[in-house]
Design a protein around this ligand. Sequence first.
Ligand code: ADP
Ligand code: ZN
Length: 617
Amino acid sequence: MTPEEILKKRWGYGAFKPLQKEAVEAAFAGRDCMVILPTGGGKSLCYQLPAAAGRGLVLVVSPLIALMDDQVAAAREAGLAADALHSNLKAEPRREVYRNLSEGRTELLYVSPERLLSGDLYELIAPRLVLAAVDEAHCVSHWGHEFRPEYRRITEALDHFPKAARMALTATATPAVQQDILAQLGLRSPEILVGHPDRPNLVYRAFPRRDQVKQVLEVVRRHPGEGGIVYAQTRKDVERIAAKLKEEGVSCSPYHAGLNAEERRRAQDDFVNERLDVVVATIAFGMGIDRSNVRYVVHANTPRSVEHYQQESGRAGRDGLPAECTLLFAASDLATHRWLAKKDLHLSAERSRALEKQLKDIGRYAVAPVCRHSLLAEHFSAPYPPGGAAHGAEGCGACDVCLGETKGLPPDEALLTAKKVLSAAWRSEGRYGTGYVVNLLLGRPNDRMAANGHDQLKVFGLLKEAGEPAVRSWIDQLIVQDFLEVTEDDEYPLLRITAEGRALCQDKGTVRLGLPVQPAKCKKKPKALRQAGAELGEAGEALFERLRAVRRALADKAGVPPYVICQDAALIEIAALKPSTPEQLLDVKGMGEKRVQKYGRHFLDAVAGRDTPVTDV
Ligand code: ADP
Ligand code: ZN
């Protein structure tokens, strides 16, 4: 069978996603390769398809033990003889895995690095091994954000399989991390397959934070009954936001390192199994999350770096359907990150500089009135739009700037406004906090101001018309562009103009300022379901919800998460096509032969309006 035929028969897909075919062909040719594809790019298929070709065993090294069983379950849904070996496995299932291996039945084997390095597998698998895939390959790199020492030793193990091809896979890798992966995993004249990092199905938004809970709720309310993640900076923030959302009737749970293992496991399980819509979490939540129909990620605080943002927001929309990522920015978050980093470790001068650059970059991302898709692509050194087409006047159509929800001020107006704000900071001589400067610009006098005679200054009330939210946001925007800085004095943060700021007041330099147009409301986005191109109508949506319920029941019965049974996109297509025979069901993308055999009847019954109990799966 050709790779295309295997893809259709086993997975029910009619075409490869970008670079999948190249990766599969490298594996077939026995060549090493490095695959860098964004989340949702379809990395697992790159090594699963070769396993399905019946040419021998494929090994997958993965650090994510929590996910392994689900990955095995998903591979089995495609009809693969898949197993996993990791430390959480009980004695009997472990014996079964060894039996399968020694009898040559296994096609795909997941192992943790520790398990592989223990050495007892080498002889057993070496004769049949055709491909060794290393997932989350960025973990080998000191330069990455998730360095794991045991990953450095993987080559030791791989050297026991000189004939097997090697495949390294990851979602994010800067050039330095890529070099490290190639070297550390000893890839031999590898094929290098780097995909474009853009995620066109994600709508990115970044707004100044005003009323945190209210702004979070606005996003949550756009997605009733759909899955979402809200990230906050500290445990306290998490608890507070989760409590508020619950009060508002949202199905949600908090998640942070301060909860006990059982509480965390339950939140994670409930979320993955769709018994829970929203998790409010610190960044402790995520590595083990594979729910593919997360429809939104909200950052209630600013993340630590653009890399972190890309990874955390990237958990939305892995199924390729529309999803939204919203970041609520305040410059004070950056100060908190700085404070936390310095408290936890003694930063070398070099690390400290790296941290400052990261904070500045994420700050710029959050406040520049520039297309967010293009900013993210640029950060990862990729052209935008992909393929080098011109960035049309209508832009990406998928960020707050291009959707007209945030407006960039024309250059002369931006300069004039910046000069007004800066002169207020200049006049107050760096001896006051942001609040004081805001009051000065808004013309709100107080005793201290009167005592200083500042209520007599020309800048007093100069931005009265603009209102407080805009003035506060401009101050943040000027901070991340280095025209203002916040200095600590006796623990009290003071706002001060920088040398660049003074230069700008003399018309030296350029500044960009933006303004949210409708702070309260984004254009209401219809549910992902309706955007998916399927004009389902009300009856279709009701059918989709029935199919979802059937899938949940099947998943419960089989003890796997719903996304393992099939993806939302497949259910949407079923709801639109209304198939009445197994053959028609095979035309649905993502419904391979095995899935149709196992579950087809239940979905067909739901389409026909027959209620059948989900029993024999
Ligand atoms: P990654 O590991 O790169 O984040 P996954 O392997 O989880 O991505 O795949 C993401 C989604 O894309 C899954 O729902 C998968 O079933 C789907 N997918 C993979 N390959 C294809 C394809 N060729 N056509 C359509 N969908 C695909
Ligand atoms: Zn845009």
